[in-house]
Design a protein around this ligand. Structure first.
Ligand SMILES: NC(=O)c1ccc[n+]([C@@H]2O[C@H](COP(=O)([O-])OP(=O)(O)OC[C@H]3O[C@@H](n4cnc5c(N)ncnc54)[C@H](OP(=O)(O)O)[C@@H]3O)[C@@H](O)[C@H]2O)c1
Length: 336
């Protein structure tokens, strides 16, 4: 079978499409014919060599496809079922303890840039009804992170005001979940054209964060001084201060992303004077993914797919992501 693996020391030029033996479903495992994967920032950091992995690691955390064999004692799925992977195959439910967050595909273990994957049946959920494999492959990392940050940790409810940053995978899912929950959404982007597309998806107020560096204060002003109830924080240290300005007293910040760096200053006094709550989010559990899939079906939410790249052009897909030209999710089509 064909796989896309990372030759050491990493870097997009070191992604190779190579042949590997097709795996078989062992006891407790299912064999999935992978149809699609999708890109996340995490996959990009792995591909760049920014997260150390074993040599020749098969890339990509997310995958979706059809069950083609069921190993002895594996339960929950039958051949012909369409399944979607879990970012944390060992996190069934409850708290995200370290041991539950071990075994991330495409990082700790081989991932879904492969024609076939054999893995424990518990490492998958069903795909949403009516979804293509390409649509399902957008969910495990980006959608679940948005879901957990906004709906599980944040308990977003009708009438709330939600701030989402930019037009990448996590933020567009957050916008869609917020609108489905009956919230008002303020969306930011670096691009006027992308802002118009965010408006088409239901964003109620738009701010160009390049043209308006004080976008947090602008968001606060747009709410008439009330402030937002939730921030889906994907920028990190370079955006957190503006996010805190945007918040109302008691608001929730889902701390998710590191697009501007991994550490920085926090306006501590402003944070506590607003009685804010901040939750660090690491994707989510299997239970969270199952709940999200039910919500996706109930609200007929469809992922926004920016583009498709074939498996042997995975490096080009990452270059497209790196250029931040995308709007929503970039999907990988796996042949066979
Ligand atoms: N903690 C977790 O569990 C978890 C899970 C998933 C992702 N993440 C993190 O969340 C972040 C986003 O991931 P993703 O997969 O959605 O990435 P992505 O699809 O590559 O999104 C990138 C987009 O973010 C926007 N952006 C970049 N810098 C920004 C800034 N300073 N302010 C506002 N928006 C900015 C840009 O949108 P415009 O082009 O519209 O400006 C850009 O296109 C990454 O840091 C990733 O590591 C964390």
């Amino acid at each position: 079978m064909k796989v896309a693996a990372l030759k050491k020391p990493g870097g997009l030029d070191n992604i190779e499409t190579v042949d590997r033996d097709t795996p078989e479903a062992g006891p407790g495992e299912i064999l999935v014919k992978v149809a699609n994967s999708s890109l996340n920032y995490h996959d990009y950091v792995v591909a760049q060599g920014g997260i150390p992995t074993e040599d020749d690691r098969i890339l990509m955390s997310d995958g979706a496809g059809e069950v083609v064999a069921v190993g002895e004692g594996a339960s929950g799925f039958k051949t012909g079922d369409h399944v979607v992977s879990l970012f944390f195959p060992n996190w069934e439910d409850g708290n995200g303890f370290d041991y539950r967050r071990a075994g991330v595909p495409g990082d700790h273990v081989d991932g879904f840039a492969a024609e076939y994957v054999a893995a424990p049946a518990r490492a998958f959920t069903r795909a949403p009804k009516g979804y293509s494999d390409a649509e399902a492959a957008t969910l495990p990392c980006a959608a679940l992170t948005a879901w957990r940050g906004l709906m599980v940790a944040g308990s977003c409810k009708p009438g709330d005001i939600v701030l989402v940053q930019g037009s990448g995978g996590v933020s567009i899912f957050a916008l869609q979940f917020a609108k489905a929950a009956g919230a008002t959404v303020i969306a930011t982007s670096s691009s006027g054209e992308k802002l118009e597309r965010l408006k088409d998806l239901g964003a109620d107020h738009l701010i160009n964060y390049k043209e308006t560096p004080d976008w947090g204060k602008a968001a606060l002003q747009w709410t008439g001084g009330r402030g937002v109830d939730h921030v889906v924080e994907i920028g990190g240290p370079g955006t957190l201060t503006q996010s805190i300005y945007a918040c109302r007293s008691g608001a929730h910040i889902a701390l998710i992303g590191v697009l501007t760096g991994v550490s920085g200053e926090v306006p501590t006094a402003l944070f506590f004077s607003k009685n804010l709550v901040m939750t660090g989010i690491t994707v989510g559990s299997k239970t969270d993914q199952q709940a999200m899939i039910e919500a996706i079906e109930a609200n007929d939410i469809r992922p926004v797919i920016d583009s498709h790249f074939p498996l042997d052009k995975l490096a080009d897909a990452f270059r497209h992501q790196e250029a931040q030209k995308h709007f929503g999710k970039i999907v990988v089509d796996i042949p066979g």
